[in-house]
Ligand binder design. Structure first.
Ligand SMILES: *Cc1c(COP(=O)(O)O)cnc(C)c1O
Length: 432
């Protein structure tokens, strides 16, 4: 009884004062969470859900990992926060060293920030400042591919997919950038000249205006959950070099093992000039992101007026967040994450394949610890969200995409419950 009352009042109070992401002022349906442990969320009404979302790609080690909590507690007792202008500290320095060591070769300088969108804003600003530093003020365009997602701030919205992003809605407010076709060669397919023809055409006709090509390597996330051939990136790197434009990789969703390699760029063995990471950087505990750049790019900016990167978040390099990130990276170094991701990939392939035969299903695709069922029509969230909860699983679709990217630590039985729940709910609702 007491539980029911507090559950009701939590939802009611939420409805009065809280605004949720991509939601009207009063979001519905909404579920109260009491606690989280491992791969399970406990709702305020006592129900347990197996988490299929890793809290938007972030909680790769599951919730409340003791090693991350221990690192946080230790940091809390010495230095929870201090400004980063003119000051430095061990957790930030060590984290930047680790990021340089782990990321593709050539990325040698790290700018810390507090969220993925800001890390992309910084990546874009670095690209523009790089060209300004060399006397090329006309290089103000970004070239990207359709189907991308890079964040919700204004500079990043402008390079999200122009159709399912917010270009129409914010017409006249967002800067105009250049879009090439989405890489259409699937992950295991051969990538040919024709797959980059549009990209090449745009590079050739606009190269004097383009500061950088920017895209998510191998996996496009929130813009469409699309997987494409790593060979596309190898060819794209060569094109960028040929046309002398910078290459920016957004690894905010893909970084730290999700696709089966530590970074998606590793599939192609390609190094970008600028790269952003975020989301799972702290193992899903605190908000932290980073932008890495090559020494050449950093030096170019440093050697000309104003001689500095013009950015500096108040909570930059937050020691607590850095300590959590170091613990998360340490876990990746010590645990067999790659075998776990491979096992998840195998099981997702087997378990989700039958969904292909359901009415209303357009495509099923799996890469690493990401499973996607693409439908022909958008889901009705008011119906489908409670249906997943009824199955004891937390799955949060958007549009036509029902997908899961569970914590790497999920076991085969819990993963079965997830995939069976997805299959059952889609069997009931996908075609309606
Ligand atoms: C989530 C995401 C972002 C934005 O990160 P936030 O932390 O939500 O600002 C940018 N790029 C990609 C690829 C993402 O998945």
């Amino acid at each position: 009884m007491a539980r029911t009352t507090s559950e009701n009042s939590l939802i009611e109070r939420d409805a009065r004062s809280v605004w949720h992401p991509y939601a009207p002022p009063v979001a519905s349906p909404i579920f109260g969470v009491q606690s989280a442990q491992g791969v399970r969320l406990t709702l305020t009404d006592g129900r347990e859900l197996i988490d299929g979302m890793s809290s938007w790609w972030a909680a790769i080690h599951g919730y409340r990992h003791p090693r991350i909590e221990e690192a946080l507690r230790h940091q809390l007792e010495t230095l929870p926060h201090v400004m980063f202008g003119g000051l430095t500290h061990e957790p930030a320095v060590q984290l930047c060293e680790e990021l340089v060591r782990l990321t593709p070769v050539g990325l040698e300088r790290v700018f810390l920030s507090d969220s993925g969108s800001v890390a992309m804003e910084v990546a874009i600003k670095v690209a523009f400042q790089y060209w300004l530093a060399q006397g090329h003020p006309n290089r103000q365009k970004l070239l990207t591919v359709r189907g991308g997602y890079h964040g919700d701030t204004f500079a990043t919205m402008a390079i999200c997919d122009p159709v399912n992003g917010m270009h129409d809605f914010f017409r006249g407010i967002l800067p105009d950038h250049l879009f090439a076709e989405r890489p259409s060669c699937r992950f295991n397919e051969v990538c040919e000249d024709r797959h980059l023809a549009d990209m090449e055409k745009q590079l050739a006709s606009h190269s004097g205006e383009i500061a950088a090509v920017v895209l998510e390597p191998v996996v496009q996330g929130a813009g469409g959950m699309w997987f494409y051939s790593p060979a596309y990136l190898t060819r794209l790197r060569a094109l960028c070099d040929q046309h002398k434009v910078l290459l920016i990789f957004d690894e905010i969703a893909t970084g730290f093992g999700r696709t089966g390699e530590l970074f998606a760029a590793t599939h192609a063995k390609v190094s970008p000039d600028i790269m952003s990471v975020g989301k799972s950087l702290t193992g899903g505990t605190l908000s932290l992101a980073a932008t890495l750049v090559t020494e050449r790019v950093a030096e170019t900016i440093g050697q000309s007026d104003p001689g500095a990167l013009m950015h500096g978040p108040t909570f930059m390099g937050n020691p607590l967040a850095c300590a959590a990130a170091l613990a998360s990276l340490d876990l990746l170094g010590q645990e067999p994450w790659q075998q776990r991701v491979q096992a998840i990939e195998k099981q997702l392939q087997v378990d989700l394949e039958p969904c292909r035969d359901l009415a209303g299903v357009e495509d099923v695709r799996v890469l690493g610890a990401i499973g996607v069922v693409e439908l022909r029509d958008p889901v009705d969230m008011a119906v489908i969200q409670p249906a997943f909860v009824e199955q004891g699983i937390w799955i949060r679709p958007f549009g036509k995409l029902v997908y899961t990217m569970p914590p790497f630590i999920i076991g085969p039985n819990d993963l079965s419950q997830l995939t069976q729940g997805i299959s059952r709910v889609l069997a009931q609702h996908a075609s309606c």
